[in-house]
Design a protein around this ligand. Structure first.
Ligand code: SF4
Length: 64
């Protein structure tokens, strides 16, 4: 699984961090998403898919 984020689309809502805190973080200054792990391990795949599904800005893309 490969993950990318679009920081220009991100609206800093934080749902991705709640869903998968090992993979996503937020910038201290403005809350925009920071991708911690662009190639998460298989056991995190479900959480990452959930994060992408709940992102209100559709700023998370997943490639299998
Ligand atoms: S859920 Fe989407 S909009 Fe919210 S912080 Fe994460 S990437 Fe940004």
């Amino acid at each position: 699984m490969k993950v990318t984020v679009d920081q220009d689309r991100c609206v800093a809502s934080g749902q991705c961090v709640v869903a998968a805190m090992e993979v996503f973080d937020q910038r201290d200054e403005d809350g925009v998403v920071v991708l911690l792990d662009p190639e998460p391990r298989a056991e995190r795949a479900e959480d990452v898919r959930h994060a992408a599904a709940v992102c209100p800005a559709l700023a998370i893309a997943i490639e299998d």
